[in-house]
Ligand binder design. Sequence first.
Ligand code: HEC
Length: 459
Amino acid sequence: MRNGKRRGGQPVGRGRIPWPCIAAAGAFPLAVLAAGTEAQQPTPTFSRDVAPILQASCQECHRPEDIGPMSLLTYEEARPWTALIRDRVERRVMPPWHINRTMGIQEFANDISLTDAEIATIIAWVDGGAPEGDPADLPPPVERPDPDKWALEDEMGPPDLVVRSTPYTVVANGQDQWWTPAIPFGGLEAETWIRAAEFKPAFPLGKKVVHHGHATLSLEEGDGGRGTNVALARYGVGKSWEIFPESTGVRIPAGPGEVHFNLHYFPIGEEVDDDVVEVGLWFYPEGEAPELASVGEQRFLIDGTSATGPRARDLIIPPHGTLTLEGTHVLDRPAVIHSFRPHMHMRGTGMTLEVLFPDGRRELLSHVDKYDHNWQISYQYAEHVKPVLPAGTVLLLHSLFDNTANNPINPDPDQWVGFGARGVDEMSHAWIGITYLDQDEYDRLIATRGLALPETAGG
Ligand code: HEC
């Protein structure tokens, strides 16, 4: 079951009975229903049934110049792609939302997946010959915000502070590229708290070449005279912004420093000149400190997590082989988890996040079972199901790799694959949005929440 999807007010396709030709395989009651009344539902048409789904769930990326490889605005544009659309939609790899739908927490703040009814409509449309129908049935075209604008601007206004990387030219053809400029940062006059952050590659070409990136602020002095690092924003295709929950923020101490960009580019067949990415920050009002200090997304390693050995000595995948790695992390303080974003490369196919409580209970929080390196999706838990974990909880992470020919994006199953920063090498960690709590904050959250974990999580 899916939950809580809202797009433009009205969930699309809700309450529509699945088309009988699809339902018949698994759902006899529907077949019986249909037999007694009308012989068959009419075949869905593009204009009446499919266009609203594409508008709500596909065109944000599948429009001219955006990141989708083809535009799906009109019938003429969609028609040549019907077989592929059917396949991607049926396997639930499009829209990109690759989390297992039966295991673990199922309520998210940013779920963009289709409903079962929407999928059934698209399949019935393609199987019925993909008719256009009556263009008079088309929904009015959607007004889309300028793609070069901040995604958060409508909701939050313009950012309070913008930092920019220095220009980098991405060659037309080649392997992965990295760009790590350090930008002088004059410093904020007083301690400031981040309410929201957005990482914005340039439109249209920057969006296609920036695979992922980080912007970190290194302060010269920071707290107690020590240097301090503050994660400003982290980006991956499929994850560009973050609004912290009420009364939660990331603290920036006053004083000067440098913003360090770590940008991972991938060439796209045409040269991209002087690319610049921007990071926008929205602050809590001056003098207003939120109750909880988040660290934003924190990296939890899975490859080679021992503190003593070199990183990733356990990450070696034979030709035509598979590998499972486990990473364990003990929380030394209570914490609330906001989000889960697996990171692996082209051989990565799945990742699970489980928790082992101090009393021995073990619960699966999330299982991303269709991981695809093209996407760095942050699965953001809905507010009321965010796991609240006591000190001593163990985070158990498993990553799965497939170096066989079954993996559709495997560039070469004949290679041994080891650790490395290129997409053809491997790597394995999770970015977990986390806020550490003191005992009082934990007790208060548990008292209002009642449970350390929502009932939907695990068994
Ligand atoms: C967040 C952006 C985004 C959304 C939303 C999205 N797509 Fe895509 N789509 C892409 C990108 C990028 C690719 C190419 C990379 C990949 O296949 O993952 C792609 C690939 C595809 C392909 C395969 C094309 C090929 O040549 O292999 C199909 C078909 C497709 N999308 C259909 C859809 C449909 C139908 C929807 C809506 C139900 C949708 N997409 C929603 C970005 C998106």
